[in-house]
Design a protein around this ligand. Structure first.
Ligand code: FES
Length: 358
């Protein structure tokens, strides 16, 4: 659209003057000066540096191309990370702490790829695409007078036939009922229960809490744990008669296995064990079933729900099945009485990955 297509009163003062001069008229200018609220029109277009300097335009072009290229590289990085990092590789990244290397690298590379596309497009639009403002007339959107009159007449007929004006009791109680109905939805929100806050991140395990054998209800001693056995323990102080027993054991259930120390491949696992005795969360990291099958020869534990398999000799790494994380390990030692004790709570949230969002 050229300035000749724009109504004269929408043109900036100098363009309007030029337009008037070109067409030999001065009336509009005089009117504009008379009217203190006259529409000032569109501001004059100011060319950008890229509009007048081809080298600046080239620079912008290269910047946009650089961002798009960076996006392509990030996408390649995304694919490479997906292939390179095993699903259970945990790394420490400050200030996030211990997180999945795969999730972190996929997030960073995908985020960078999308950001660069967006940033490149914005830079392209702001520096190289045309920025000339044009005006387009707005069409009237209101209905024709006959249509409006017909709608109003129909509405009045409906209101008269329903007798809503005459029967005030019905009308008022209907408005009250309609106003009250949404309240039931608000009340139902209570049924969603309280927010979990950080309850799913903490268990009853703490430094100095003895490991209680769930079969005997006695503190577990290292000599009670033989190679090949699978023992389930709970934290000292928790009793089956406690009102919160089910809630707490669902997070704090731990299985104890004794391995030959030389069979333990993971350095942290070895440090957190006692004479080859390792303690792992019994709650499957897929959707939270209790793990109950142990294969002595391979040191694998198996979740019966969807067959996720974890290698206890290698940091409880997932070697099969849908679980997304290794089982969290509990750091253990021996107290002065010679009983096994925890040296703290789990460092990672136990259970399924979606619990972590609680
Ligand atoms: S809950 Fe363990 S594999 Fe699904």
């Amino acid at each position: 659209m050229s300035s000749q297509d724009i109504p004269e009163e929408n043109l900036p003062a100098e363009q309007g003057a030029a337009h008037d001069a070109a067409h030999g008229g001065t009336t509009a200018v005089a009117q504009r000066h008379d009217d203190p609220f006259a529409d000032p029109g569109l501001p004059a277009h100011r060319p950008r540096i890229q509009d007048i300097d081809e080298r600046a335009a080239k620079r912008s072009e290269r910047a946009v191309a650089f961002m798009f290229t960076l996006s392509m590289l990030a996408t390649i990085g995304f694919i490479a990370a997906f292939v390179i990092f095993p699903v259970d590789k945990i790394v420490f990244i400050w200030p996030l702490g211990h997180i999945s290397a795969l999730n972190f690298s996929l997030g960073v590379t995908l985020g960078l790829a999308l950001f660069c596309i967006g940033a490149g497009a914005v830079h392209w639009a702001r520096t190289l695409m045309s920025d000339v403002e044009v005006a387009d007339d707005r069409h009237a959107i209101e209905a024709e007078p006959e249509v409006k009159a017909k709608v109003l007449a129909d509405f009045a007929d409906g209101a008269r036939e329903s007798a809503i004006g005459r029967r005030k009791l019905i009308r008022n109680t209907m408005f009250g009922a309609l106003a009250m109905v949404p309240l039931s939805g608000v009340v139902l929100l209570r049924e969603l229960g309280p927010l979990p806050e950080d309850k799913l991140r903490k268990t009853l395990w703490a430094k100095g809490k003895q490991l209680i054998n769930m079969n005997t209800n006695e503190p577990l001693r290292p000599e009670d744990v033989s190679v090949g056995s699978l023992t389930f323990v709970m934290p000292e102080g928790l009793k089956e008669s406690d009102h919160n027993f089910n809630t707490e054991i669902a997070k704090a259930a731990v299985m104890i296995v004794r391995l030959q120390p030389e069979d333990i491949k993971d350095k942290r696992e070895l440090e957190w064990s006692h004479e080859g005795i390792v303690a792992y969360s019994k709650i499957c990291t897929h959707v939270g079933c209790p793990i109950s099958l142990y294969e002595q020869q391979t040191h694998h534990v198996l979740c019966p729900c969807h067959q996720s398999t974890f290698d206890l000799s290698d940091g409880a790494r997932v070697i099969f099945g849908p679980a997304g994380h290794p089982l969290p390990q509990l750091r253990i030692g021996v107290n002065a009485e010679g009983n096994l004790e925890a040296l703290g709570d789990f460092e990672e949230p136990v259970g399924p990955a979606f619990w972590e969002r609680g």
